[in-house]
Write a protein that binds this ligand. Sequence first.
Ligand SMILES: [Zn+2]
Length: 172
Amino acid sequence: MEITEVRVKLMENSDDRLQAFCSVTFDDCFVVRDLKIIEGSSGPFVAMPSRKMTVHCPRCHCKNHSRAAYCNQCGEQQQDTGVHNDDSRGKLYADIAHPINAECREMIQARVIQQYHVELEYRDQKPSGSFQRQDTVVDEPATVQGPHQGIPQEVAESPLESDDGFVQKDSF
Ligand SMILES: [Zn+2]
């Protein structure tokens, strides 16, 4: 199995440790999205896509974060197993897709970090001669940090263009 494409979307003005979102394509046929590049104490590392674990409230059956103390919906105190360690309410996050051995993890991480550095160099080259770049660039979701905002969809074609002249603006 080979990684045939890595896409990295750098976070603009990232104030926390999250540096980028990325997607990885295997063998030109399977893509995994929402990997994250996190700035760690010993350099950047790759976090696998994950989701927040939820549990159902025993009273109203609404979903809550697995470590919530009270239900978001009805306020009922959530059950505590009585064992006060890190696992008392289970994991807060669970990986959606992940390597199952160290060799694969290192292979993915190496390729992603390599592309991450390429993107960093590219970004550092672009603003040359423009000190006001951050003020002039308005088309990038700089403040959006949600997990589903990382990799933009392919630029959608304008319907006016894709219809190849069939639709004429004047006709409206
Ligand atoms: Zn509830």
